[in-house]
Every structure is written in structure tokens, then in C-alpha cells.
Design a protein around this ligand. Structure first.
Ligand code: GAL
Length: 357
């Protein structure tokens, strides 16, 4: 049966409504379906089912939280046997990761959950898995829409679950627009910002970069980009970029957008060292809602962050895997809502993230 790709794009509203101040991006098709509801495991041989998981690199703070929760959910809540869940580190090397996937095929994995090093490798990987008759659930790094349409058209057992990075960018821009001077610290009529980025081919990098600025401009603010530089999601790179930017641009920097929290935490270190004060003479926004970042929002050292709901994403990925194992129809694309995190709801988010640990 053909599945329509557009109809498959749905937002999970229950996650958003659990928080105050959540504003889903309009114009996406929505469904009330709760993707994290525990699947019915009847008919699944949990003792012998082999699940191959590969993460683009273990050395990534957010993906470590995601990976830990995914394995916990599969074993503790769905009852899969830990010895049959193989989790590999792609070490940020697509060739290495492709070898791992070929080993999963040789070991006759029943299903794979893959966080590709390069989303652009999806057509090649999908074909490898499909020829071997192994379904694949892609997570976090979104293959392009042509590839996802192909699964639908060719009836390939592949699916993607993630979040729409445009929404996270919009939330970041709004967080700055909601400050008392809309980010224009020096009152010169424009907001001078720097953008600390993930790797350029990543759709999260592209969308967060574009939509954060767009949202600020939509609030009637003129913007000026001083610098956009890749920090590859990494805290120490974020710190280094910020130190150099402060040396070069000094007080000209009014807003620091970071494509994720790890880099924003690095930037915060540099901001402190330079005796600048977030909320007074500079603004700082990240994405992910790492515990330390949300605490920084509470303390006023981050203007805001955005909750990247790895609980719903990992549970949804597990559920898609179970659906494939049962031979059930799956949606090709599942998108989970982000949640805006500001001082208004940061305590609440902190409690929620901790209570789920
Ligand atoms: C993003 C996340 C980043 C990083 C990246 C890896 O969604 O915000 O922190 O983990 O995925 O692809």
C-alpha cells in the first residue's frame, strides 16, 4: 500500500502540552497520536531479536543522552535482551559506520536503528539493508525528502524519526525577540549576532541558522551577522570560537546563537572570561535543553534553550522498530515537537527531564 509522505508528517501534541509556553510551528499536519505509548509486544521474540544500532559518534553530548535512553527503553521497558542489542560508535566516519552496518547484515540483525554520519549516505545504506531484507529506522540526521519518498514509492521498509529543526530555530529567534530590547543591547537599531554552528551538511545546522534569524527579523528587528562558524556541536570548539569572536568584535556582539547547547555552554565560559553578562550586555541561546543549559536559563546565564525531546524520539524509534518486526505499516516520517525553554518554564523542564531519568 502506498503511503503519502505529507500525510505522514505529524506532530506529537501531547509532549508540547506537557509544558507551558510551547508553541508548535503552524502549517504542519498534526496528529494527536502519542508515539511513545508502549507498543504491544505480543508475538515478538524479545529473547532472540537482534537489534543493530549505530550512532554517528559517541563523543556527542546530546546523542549520548539519546543513546542511553534508547537502550534503556528497549531493554528495561520493552524487554529485549541486552546481549542482542549491539550499539556501535560510528566515530564520525561514514566508511567505518558502513562497515558496522555490513557486519549487522552478516550477523542477520532483525532490525537496525541508525544515526548516520552523513545523511547523504541514506540511499546507499537503505539499499544495502533492503537487499538483505532488514528494516531500518533512521534517527536524528534526516535523509533528504527524495530519499524518504522513494521508500514510500518502492515499498522499502525504512522510516525516519526526528524533529523539525525549523521549529527549534524559530524558538531561538523568539527568545531573543522577547527580551526587553529585542536583542538590540546598544540601541543602534540592529542586532549584531554571531552564529556558532554544527557541521554544514546537517539540516539541523541549516534550519536552526536560517530560522533563528528569520524569527528575529519577523519580530521587526534588523540583523547583522558578524560571524558564522562551525563548531561541530562541540563544547570546547564553541568556547574557542567565542573567545576569538570576542577578541575580534568585542562589545559589538549583542547576540550569540548556538546551534546546540554544548557549544553554547562553551560560549558561556568565554563570555564569563570576558566579563560580559548574559541578560545585561549580551544574549545567548542554544538548543537541546541539556541539564546544565536549563540550569543556566534558571540562573539567567542563558537567555533560552529549546528542548530536543530525546525521550519521545528514542521511544518512537523503538516503536517503529517493533512495528517493522511485526510487519505492520509504518509512517515514513515522524516528527516530534520541540519545546521553547525560557525563565518562565525552565524549572518545570528541569524537573521533567530529571524525573524521567
Ligand atoms: C542535533 C543536536 C546536537 C547534535 C546533533 C547531531 O539534533 O541538537 O546537539 O547532537 O543533533 O546530529
Amino acid at each position: 500500500m502506498k503511503r503519502k509522505i505529507l500525510a505522514a508528517v505529524f506532530w506529537t501534541m501531547a509532549a508540547a502540552s506537557a509544558f507551558a509556553g510551547a508553541e508548535p510551528v503552524p502549517a504542519a499536519e498534526k496528529s494527536e497520536e502519542a508515539i511513545w505509548q508502549k507498543p504491544d509486544m505480543e508475538g515478538i521474540d524479545t529473547e532472540n531479536t537482534k537489534i543493530g544500532i549505530s550512532i554517528y559518534q559517541f563523543d556527542d553530548t546530546f546523542m549520548t543522552l539519546y543513546r542511553t535512553e534508547l537502550v534503556r527503553y528497549l531493554t528495561e521497558e520493552l524487554g529485549f535482551d541486552e546481549k542482542n542489542i549491539i550499539v556501535e560508535d560510528g566515530k564520525n566516519d561514514q566508511e567505518k559506520q558502513t562497515d558496522q552496518i555490513e557486519r549487522f547484515i552478516a550477523d542477520q540483525a532483525d532490525v537496525m536503528i541508525l544515526n548516520l554520519v552523513h545523511a547523504s549516505a541514506a540511499p546507499m545504506i537503505t539499499d544495502l539493508c533492503s537487499e538483505a531484507g532488514i528494516p531500518v529506522v533512521y534517527i536524528n540526521r534526516q535523509p533528504d525528502s527524495m530519499e524518504m519518498e522513494r521508500w514510500d514509492l518502492e515499498g522499502i521498509q525504512a522510516a525516519y524519526i526526528g524533529a523539525d529543526a525549523r521549529q527549534s530555530g524559530i524558538f531561538q529567534g523568539e527568545e531573543i525577540a522577547e527580551t526587553e530590547n529585542k536583542g538590540d543591547v546598544n540601541g543602534d537599531g540592529e542586532v549584531s549576532y554571531i552564529m556558532i554552528q554544527g557541521e554544514p551538511e546537517n539540516i539541523d545546522t541549516q534550519y536552526r541558522t536560517a530560522y533563528s534569524v528569520k524569527a528575529l527579523e519577523n519580530a521587526g528587528v534588523e540583523t547583522r551577522e558578524l560571524l558564522a562558524q562551525r563548531g561541530d556541536w562541540n563544547q570546547s570548539q564553541g568556547q574557542k570560537i567565542m573567545e576569538e569572536a570576542l577578541d575580534e568584535f568585542g562589545d559589538e556582539i549583542e547576540v550569540v546563537f548556538c546551534n546546540n547547547d554544548a557549544m553554547a555552554l562553551g560560549a558561556l565560559e568565554a563570555i564569563r572570561e570576558a566579563d560580559r553578562t548574559v541578560g545585561e550586555d549580551i544574549y545567548l541561546a542554544g538548543v537541546d535543553a541539556l541539564e546544565e543549559a536549563v540550569q543556566s536559563v534558571v540562573d539567567g546565564e542563558f537567555t533560552g534553550t529549546v528542548f530536543n525531546d530525546y525521550f519521545s524520539q528514542s521511544h518512537g524509534a523503538a516503536e517503529l522498530a517493533v512495528k517493522f518486526l511485526k510487519g505492520e505499516e509504518t509512517e515514513p516520517v515522524t516528527l516530534v515537537d520541540y519545546v521553547k525553554v525560557t525563565q518562565d518554564n525552565a524549572e518545570e523542564i528541569l524537573e521533567l527531564v530529571n524525573s524521567k531519568k
